[in-house]
Design a binder for this molecule. Structure first.
Ligand code: NAD
Length: 320
């Protein structure tokens, strides 16, 4: 078994690699050869969440699990709040083949999913990117979004404004003007809105959002989290990485529970990727991607890191 530690990941998997791996992953899910197993997610108290995301991709010969979660006290300890590791197995024998650091990979695969949704669903003429959130994931989200549309500026709001300068620095690096605005102004000016917070209640309201907007709602991945008003999902065509996760632990959990959205109206983004769904159908349509984060995404990027580490002869081999 090869151990590929966190410190090696940045040199092994680029954002572009993650984009193509996640697009292939969504396509494999849509074709039916790849399955996510039910998510285990437990509250540990004091806001800590711990769980397992796992799956099997038959065609890609990937089997494995990501274990980890969200530990909000970490920032004060100089660590990021999201912590995870991926264990890959041989699907034929069940033997472990690799233990791969999952922190950077999680950020890359989450930003890739969001960017794929923007690439496939946002209007071609989208020029203003809105971001709600300014934590660890937000900078990755901004970088990935900037690769798929010609954004001319970024507007952002965060409950904790002192976190915004870090996001502004990413925008500056990308040469994009950045403005910290009131929450209502995000929706008033943005063509694409990414929400990436750990909020327990809706911040972005339906009335804030204009016709024709694409939203990538990326923060809600657990029962009880919520970023946008359920009425917004009732106005939108809702896409997701996986329908079961979307309606149980994703942003759609609230709209479905309130009877504002039918579970069978939620469209897998993979259907758009393989051409089974047309995606956006008019310039006025609101499209909303409910990105819950699936185990197969984690396996796809971890398998890529493993392949590259083997090719370069790096990592640490151990007998199991
Ligand atoms: P972080 O702890 O670095 O940042 C948290 C963000 O949420 C900050 O912007 C903070 O200001 C904001 N926030 C906290 N409490 C809030 C509240 N009550 N109302 C509004 N905003 C609030 O976290 P991160 O690593 O950037 O992750 C952000 C979220 O994304 C988390 O919920 C995490 O679980 C989720 N996430 C989802 C996926 C996925 O695949 N969908 C992957 C990784 C992380």
């Amino acid at each position: 078994m090869l151990i590929v530690p966190e410190a090696l990941i940045a040199g092994l998997v680029t954002p572009e690699d993650a984009f193509s791996a996640i697009e292939a992953c969504f396509a494999a899910m849509a074709r039916g050869g790849a399955y996510n197993f039910p998510v285990v997610r437990e509250a540990l108290g004091e806001g800590r969440q711990y769980g397992f995301k796992s799956g099997l991709d038959r065609a890609g010969a990937m089997l494995g699990v990501k274990a980890g979660g969200y530990f909000p006290g970490n920032l004060a300890k100089g660590l990021i709040n999201h912590q995870s590791s991926v264990l890959l197995f041989d699907p034929e024998t069940g033997r472990p083949v690799a233990l791969v650091g999952g922190n950077l990979l999680t950020a890359l695969r989450t930003a890739a999913a969001s960017a794929i949704s923007i690439d496939r669903l946002a209007r071609r003429d989208a020029r203003v990117l809105g971001i709600v959130g300014a934590g660890h994931q937000a900078g990755f989200q901004l970088r990935a979004a900037a690769r798929v549309r010609q954004f001319e500026r970024v507007v952002a709001w965060n409950l904790h404004p002192e976190m915004l300068p870090k996001l502004a620095a990413v925008a500056a690096e990308l040469g994009l003007p950045f403005e910290a605005v009131a929450l209502e102004q995000v929706g008033e000016s943005a063509d694409v809105i990414i929400t990436i917070t750990s909020a327990p209640a809706a911040s972005l309201m339906s009335a804030h959002v204009r016709a024709g907007t694409h939203l990538a709602c990326m923060g809600t991945d657990t029962v009880g989290k919520q970023e946008v008003e359920p009425a917004l999902l009732a106005r939108a065509t809702v896409f997701t990485d996986e329908v079961a996760q979307s309606i149980n632990i994703g942003e759609a959990q609230h709209a479905v529970a309130l009877g504002l959205l039918q579970a069978d109206a939620v469209v897998p983004l993979g259907d758009v990727v393989i051409g089974a769904h047309p995606g956006r159908q008019s310039a006025d349509e609101i499209t909303l991607f409910d990105g819950t984060g699936v185990g197969l995404q984690d396996l796809a990027v971890a398998a890529m890191a493993l392949r590259r580490a083997r090719e370069r002869g790096i990592g640490q081999e151990v007998e199991m």
